[in-house]
Write a protein that binds this ligand. Structure first.
Ligand code: URA
Length: 440
């Protein structure tokens, strides 16, 4: 078999066979196929697509390029959730312990934030002492004991994706639906859960800019799950403004703890989305018959504190100082040298937000990183004060910046001002949840 023949076939819009796809993934992972040929093939895929069978074969080959986690010795249906990435999206920290409080089993591997998006692992590291790198044995023990653990991704999970993603990043081949779907699903499938709920974001703070693209991606990932024998539900959700009001690590942990302490309104978008995702996880786990029943159970776990207790137990089991899980103490992790309000400066209505730019405004303060090795400051970031549709006057704060190092203070202020569009008309209201696609 020759890679050049695979490239030619894709250029001619012909499907690759299962064997050819295996050959490509294995050859590239082992360094037998050079970057230039792999890049040519990826570009042919980006331009000429792949059908569902080819995408399933690619997902399977990538999933088996390294370790595959075996969670079979943990009792119950193991359920995972994944967000395609957004700003102010702290749902995992709420949903994982809430689902565990309702009897679910959440054995989850999460990632770090990159560029303008946040990452659950960075948020968890806001807790002094917490170690996100747990041995497989300790990870299993925590999940068996308390029903939930969220740890960093283990070393050799889907090495093919690490290599292919890095090449896609520099060859203009990221924005391909079959390549994104196989990249995400290979990692989720290798992480070992039986059921997966995907939060597919769409909007100006997401990879998929239009709901139509997001629905296509969601449908494909649900189909891949079915093909590879896992139950998958995809929820397509809006990312045209930050989901929660906080953007930053400890600040988002504070939002999560306030929600779990029943101090956030059920009307709040973060609250609503957490309940939707949690309900889908409970239904996939067979712990609720329908959405109404699932939502009622999740709400009960918020009101009676069972979700917060699970969160606290998880933080403690991972070596973190669980005293900060108390809603009256979490503020201590958000202490900064100064807090700077950014004012609207004019009268009007918030028309829209450039969500990616708001993520970058927090990133330049030290809440995120440009390169993997950059340090982050857990306490800094932004707390928004307005949402799209809100009326503002000149002296209404749009947000407050939490700052320790003021080198980029003005840059951050400028980004917020350019990101929050103020006008006179009432903006079109966008749904928080566009659609839910369930595998049968
Ligand atoms: N997230 C991934 O893991 N892979 C992609 O290709 C895009 C988003």
């Amino acid at each position: 078999m020759r890679i050049i023949d695979c490239i030619d076939k894709k250029v001619e819009k012909l499907p690759l066979t299962t064997e050819e796809i295996r050959f490509v993934v294995e050859g590239y992972t082992k360094g037998q196929i050079p970057d230039e040929q792999m890049a040519a093939l990826l570009m042919a895929i980006r331009l000429n697509e792949m059908d569902d069978r080819e995408t399933a074969d690619l997902t399977y080959a990538m999933m088996h390029s390294g370790d595959v986690v075996d969670l079979s010795d943990i009792d119950g249906v193991k359920v995972d959730k994944h967000s395609t990435g957004g700003v102010g999206d702290t749902t995992t920290l709420v949903v994982a312990p809430l689902v565990a409080a309702c009897g679910g089993v959440v054995a989850k591997m999460s990632g770090r934030g990159l560029s303008f998006t946040g990452g659950t692992i960075d948020k968890l590291e806001s807790f002094p002492g917490l170690n996100v790198e747990q041995s497989p044995e300790h990870f299993r023990r925590i999940v068996n004991d308390i029903g939930v653990a969220v740890i960093g991704q283990s070393g050799n999970l889907v090495p093919a994706d690490k290599l292919i993603y890095a090449l896609r990043d520099v060859t203009g081949t990221v924005r391909s639906i079959p390549l994104i779907a196989s990249s995400i699903m290979s990692k989720k499938l290798a992480a070992g859960s039986d059921a997966i709920v995907l939060d597919v974001k769409t909007g100006n703070g997401a990879f998929m800019r239009t709901p139509e693209e997001a629905v296509d991606l969601a449908r494909l990932m649900v189909a891949l799950g079915k093909h590879l024998d896992r139950s998958v539900t995809a929820v397509v959700t809006d990312m045209n403004q930050p989901l929660g009001m906080a953007i930053g690590n400890a600040l988002e942990v504070r939002d999560a703890i306030e929600l779990l302490s029943n101090r956030i309104s059920p009307e709040d978008p973060l609250y609503r989305l957490c309940l939707t995702l949690g309900a889908e996880m409970l239904m996939l786990s067979g712990l609720a018959q329908n959405e109404e029943e699932a939502v009622a159970r999740l709400q009960e776990a918020i009101v009676n504190g069972a979700g917060l207790a699970k969160f606290k137990a998880m933080v403690k089991a991972m070596g973190g100082d669980e005293r900060y899980c108390d809603p009256d103490h979490i503020d201590e992790l958000c202490k900064v040298q100064k807090k700077v309000p950014v004012y609207a400066g004019r009268v009007g209505i918030v028309q829209a937000m450039d969500t990616e730019e708001l993520g970058k405004a927090a990133q330049v303060l030290g809440a995120g990183r440009e390169r993997k090795e950059d340090p982050i400051d857990p306490a800094v970031g932004i707390v928004m004060n307005v949402r799209v549709g809100d009326s503002v006057s000149k002296d209404t704060p749009l947000c407050t910046l939490y700052i320790n190092d003021d080198t980029n203070e003005q840059d951050s202020i400028n980004r917020v001002i350019s990101a929050v569009k103020i006008g006179t008309s009432s903006p079109e209201e966008k749904p928080l949840i566009y659609t839910i696609i369930r595998g049968e």
